[in-house]
Design a protein around this ligand. Structure first.
Ligand code: HSE
Length: 441
């Protein structure tokens, strides 16, 4: 092995020394020699910005500022690594650093999904790069795979389990019959959940990630506000068991689909056949399926959160930018994989236009004619039933549970039918409806 000629190091500033920040310091230090061999120059952590030290990493000998904005102004730094999380201060910090000619690495999905268009414009004007692999699915290099490895393809759809907390909750509910609240508390204690866990369970975290995936898959601008988002908090163990009975499992998916008429962007609980690989992705693990016209269906699996899995993606971005420092800005890969002036204007479709099969579960009073009323309404709206079962909700109770699986139907027709059914006197409790996706099954 030939020795690396020691040249001027790439100087990096790390803003934020929480879980990911400390993981990044540890990986950069532990693998310093190997990383230098990959870049052709050593990477030096020249400045850390953090309100307090973190005993999870050793930062002896590194300059530390308690004011993170000192990093944006530090003339020594080539790259600022934003790991503070949140949106407003992170946006200010990143724009200030870009203004001072620094390249940016960030793990911040909310920042990119909500302000990426503005940040990329500012970065382009200043001739600097912004890399954000760690913002989606932690350690899985899915953005690089989509933007580079699969760049030959017309991407047809992307579907992913992109929130570990939600997947952990659904897995524990299914495998151990635990309650939603009980599992959520454990996910928080284990440090998987966002600071505000409603971001996980109501799908906002996944919607941020889907926004980014869709832009790189289809070359559309980042459009977080147009993602349809539905969480998992209404899923009951009754639904999990019923789905299992019909051969499905329930996963919280982010789905981006190019229909030819526009793009579907949606995050919601989804029934998927038990035999597709995604159905076997359990616990906090993440996985993303991508279907390209040339490659066919592909699956990327790995840890979606955690100190070193996320640091793996952060450090890969630092390495990439370190290599590109000497390359002219116009010759570097575009931020979203497509050139800014070649972005698609494909509209984001309304949920009313989505067509798929549905799982419907209702609780009704056990009376003559109720089922006939339900099927009459469904039939009038063109909803065709593929399978169904009925069982008691509770012993000695007058209520029964009816579960229906439909054939594919436009969402608007299904919604109208369910509104009518909900108004029937015999229907008690809220009706649960969950979309079904066959993926590559
Ligand atoms: N709260 C997120 C999750 C962390 O559970 O997946 C990684 O973005």
């Amino acid at each position: 092995m030939s020795e690396v000629r020691i040249v001027k190091p790439v100087k990096v500033g790390i803003a934020g020394l929480g879980t990911v920040g400390s993981g990044t310091v540890n990986v950069l230090k532990r693998n310093a020699q190997e990383i230098a061999r990959r870049v052709g120059r050593p990477i030096e952590i020249a400045h850390i910005g953090a309100r307090r030290d973190n005993p999870a990493c050793n930062i002896e000998g590194i300059r530390v500022s308690r004011d993170i904005f000192a990093l944006a102004a530090d003339p020594e730094l080539d790259i600022l690594v934003e790991l503070i999380g949140g949106v407003d201060t992170a946006r200010e910090l990143v724009l200030a650093a870009i203004g001072n000619g620094k390249h940016i690495v960030t793990a911040n999905k909310a920042l990119i999904a909500e302000h990426g268009n503005e940040i990329f414009r500012a970065a382009h004007e200043r001739g600097v790069d912004v890399a954000f692999e760690a913002s989606v699915a932690g350690g899985i290099p899915i953005l690089k795979a989509l933007g580079e490895g699969l760049a030959a393809n017309h991407i047809k759809w992307v579907a992913g389990i992109i929130n570990g907390t939600g997947n952990f909750i659904l897995t524990e509910m299914r495998d151990k019959g635990r309650s939603f609240d009980d599992v959520l508390k454990e996910a928080q204690a284990l440090g998987y959940a966002e600071a505000d866990p409603t971001f996980d369970v109501e799908g906002i975290d996944a919607a941020h990630k889907l926004t980014i995936l869709a832009s790189i898959a289809f070359g559309i601008p980042l459009q977080f506000s147009k993602v349809y988002t539905e969480g998992i908090s209404r899923i009951t163990s009754e639904d999990i068991k019923a789905a299992d009975y019909f051969g499905y499992c329930i996963k919280h998916l982010g789905i981006a689909k190019d229909t030819g008429n526009g793009v579907e962007l949606r995050v919601h609980p989804t029934l998927i056949p038990k035999e597709v690989l995604l159905a076997s992705v359990n616990g906090v693990m993440n996985a993303v399926m991508v279907d390209g016209d040339a490659v066919g269906p592909t699956l990327f699996y790995g840890a979606g959160a955690g100190a070193e899995p996320t640091a793996s993606a952060v450090v890969a971005d630092i390495i990439e930018l370190g290599r590109a420092l000497t390359v002219d800005h116009d010759e570097r890969a575009p931020y979203l994989g497509f050139h800014a002036e070649a972005m698609s204007e494909a509209p984001v479709l309304s949920m009313d236009d989505v067509e798929c099969s549905f799982y419907i579960r209702l609780h009704v009073q056990d009376r003559t004619g109720v089922l006939a009323d339900i099927t009459r309404i469904l039939s009038a709206k063109g909803v065709s039933i593929e399978a169904m079962y009925q069982k008691d909700v509770v012993e000695d109770d007058e209520r029964v549970s009816i579960v229906l699986m439909t054939h594919s139907i436009r969402e608007s027709a299904l919604r109208e039918a369910l509104e009518e059914i909900a108004a029937l006197e015999a229907v008690v409790d809220d009706i649960m409806r969950i979309r079904v996706e066959m993926l590559d099954a």
